[in-house]
Design a protein around this ligand. Sequence first.
Ligand code: KIV
Length: 296
Amino acid sequence: MSTQPATTTASPDDAPATDAPATDGHAGPTDAERVTTQTLRALKTAGTPIAMLTAYDYTSARLLDRAGVDVLLVGDSASNVMAGHETTLPMTLDHMIYHAQCVVRGTGRALVVVDLPFGSFQGNTDEALASAIRVMKETGAHAVKMEGGEAVAGAAQRIVEAGIPVMGHLGLTPQSIYEFGTWQVRAEDEAEADQLRRDAERLEEAGCFALVLEKIPAALGKEVSETLSIPVIGIGAGDGCDGQVLVSHDLLGLSTDFNPRFVRRYARLDERVVEAAERYVEDVRGRAFPSEEESY
Ligand code: KIV
C-alpha cells in the first residue's frame, strides 16, 4: 500500500533540476541586485553599454535574467512573435498586462519595462496615465515605454509626474507602420532627422529616463546618444548608442522569417526545437518512449 498522501503526485526523482523555482516560494533569483533607472544612468556615465532584450513569458524571462540582461522589455512585439499577427496594432492593454505579470515573476535582477500598446495612450493624457497606472499596479513592472515624439510628450510628462518611469521610442516605431507605409530606415532625410532630434530633446525634457531609437542611420543614433543625458538604446541605430536591444526570438533564432540587417542570430533554436520534436514523434511511433525507467 502506498504511503504517499493521496494529493501528492511528485516523488524525489520527479524533482526539477537546478533551474527549479526556489523553495521559499519566490520564483525568481533572490540574491541579485535589481537594476534601476539610476543604474542605467550610471552605466551611461561610465560608458558601459546597456544590454536589453524582449521577454514575454516566465520561463524565458528567468533565463534571460540569469544571463545578466539589464533591461527586459515586455514589448508589444508579442503581437508578432507570440500571437502571430503581422503588426503590433492588435495588442491590447490586457494582453500586455498578462505578459508583464509572467515576466515579472521570472526576474530578480533586470529592470522590467512594459510597452503601452497602440490605442492605450494616444487619446489624451488621462487615458495614458490610467493605462500606465494599470500596468504598474497589476504587474509589478518597473516602467512603461511609449512610442512617439512631441505628440506624446505631454502624456509622458504626466505619467512621469505620477511617479512612473517612462522610456521613449523614436525612429521606425511599429505602431505607426500604416502612416509610414514602409519598413525602410527612418530619418534618412534632413527634415525627418531634425524632427527626431527635436522629439528626442522633448522626451528628455518630459522626464523620460531612457529612449529607444529604431532603424535610423548610425550617425544620427550616435549624435542623439551624445546629445542627451539619458541612456539611448538602439535597435538598428548603430554602435554609437548607450545600449542595444533585440527581440529575443530573433536573437535565439526562434523566429527566422524576419531578417532586417540589424538582427544578429546568436542561436538557431528553430532547428533544435524541430529536431527534438521529430525525435520525440519517432520514439512515440516506434514505442521507444516511454522506457521502463520512465514508467511507474
Ligand atoms: O516591442 C518591441 O519589441 C520593441 C523593441 C523592438 C524595441 O519595441
